[in-house]
Design a protein around this ligand. Structure first.
Ligand SMILES: *Cc1c(COP(=O)(O)O)cnc(C)c1O
Length: 344
């Protein structure tokens, strides 16, 4: 990636855009009188949140051993997906590349800007076929490749991710929403090596903080600067920021969430053995299963009748439902209903 120049990939108007800079958040004061932002002097949440999310970045920087200048904070990683597309993809002109099947939101945010969505079909084990990747990325010259690992909704990790980062002539976004469950190494280790890499992580899954809407992007200083340029200044509210700052030092919280989840994954896997309508359980590195059923429509309806909500992936993934692990009580209910389905 020697001749890599980020500026050739960025939209021209974004390169020229002046970021909104909060004077207050970018200078140090001891005991300031705040008359600069038309806030109310009264109330509990009367002040705007820190637009630079200093404290959270500082903590993440220590934990992950990545410079704070290489971290962007989003209103969920969803917002970061949207912002990354805004930075690089010229509306109506550029395209994104994504795996198929994969997380629908990449295509969703691209389509809003009328960016074409190019789909790289995975093989029967939901792996990328390298030759297909090389051909399709050469044909369409997409600006961004969204690589989700472990992949949603298939559950498997993608092997040899470095190959795709090396061989893609644009930005590679590795979405690691489920990485904590997989025991695999994060691609943040590759950041120094590849200036075209963005790694996304989230507090929504293993951390159990989906309600706060906080996601993180790790990348080069240049790319992080661009993401910060296009984001709404106060994109993450102070209640959420405080909650995350509070929980982030408690590694034991996430560790116990992961342990319990993996425990339930193992328990369910075992229970599934005696459910006859299951045809195939795909291997998973995440907190959910992709399962192929006999009679998928009836099974899905039966689960719904019992107010058990799952994610039907059929017909895109034929006969499949994605089911995430719950607590033991919820998983027991799931198994009970599935066993009633034997006779369907
Ligand atoms: C759940 C999920 C996310 C998380 O999105 P947030 O906006 O951070 O809640 C991101 N990517 C994938 C693939 C997911 O499944």
């Amino acid at each position: 990636m020697k001749e890599f120049n980020i500026n050739t990939l960025v939209r021209k108007n974004i390169l020229e855009l002046q970021p909104y800079i909060s004077f207050r958040d970018n200078n140090e004061f001891e005991n300031p009188v705040l008359l600069d932002a038309n806030e109310s002097p009264f109330g509990e949440l009367n002040r705007y949140p820190d637009s630079t999310q200093k404290e959270l970045k500082q903590k993440l920087s220590e934990i992950k051993n990545i410079s704070a200048s290489q971290i962007a904070v989003g209103n969920g990683s969803d917002e970061l997906i949207d912002l990354i597309i805004k930075v690089f993809c010229e509306p109506k002109k550029d395209s994104i590349l994504m795996m198929n099947p994969s997380f629908a939101m990449y295509g969703f945010y691209a389509s809003i800007n009328e960016n074409k969505v190019i789909k790289l079909d995975l093989n029967e084990n939901f792996e990328i076929v390298k030759d297909d990747f090389l051909t399709i990325s050469n044909d369409f010259k997409s600006k961004i490749f969204f690589l989700c690992s472990p992949n949603n909704p298939t559950g498997n990790s993608i092997e040899d991710i470095e190959f795709y980062i090396q061989n893609f002539k644009g930005i590679v976004v590795v979405d690691e929403a489920y990485i904590e469950f997989s025991g695999k190494k994060s691609c943040t280790e590759l950041l120094d090596k590849y200036p075209n890499l963005i790694v996304l992580q989230t507090f929504s899954k293993a951390w159990g903080m989906a309600g706060t809407r906080v996601g993180i992007a790790y990348s080069s200083q240049e790319i992080i600067k661009l993401i910060n340029t296009v984001k709404a200044p106060y994109n993450v509210n102070s209640l959420s920021l405080n909650k995350i700052v509070e929980i982030i030092s408690k590694q034991e919280v996430v560790n116990s969430n992961i342990k319990n989840t993996l425990n339930e994954i193992a328990w369910l896997k075992n229970e599934f053995q005696s459910v006859k309508c299951i045809k195939k359980i795909y291997p998973t590195d995440a907190n959910f299963f992709l399962i192929e059923f006999e009679n998928v429509e009836k099974i899905y309806e039966k689960l719904l009748e019992n107010e058990i909500l799952t994610s039907k992936r059929s017909p895109q993934i034929p006969n499949c439902i994605r089911i995430n692990v719950g607590n033991r009580e919820e998983n027991t209910q799931l198994i009970q209903v599935l066993k009633q389905c034997q006779t369907l």
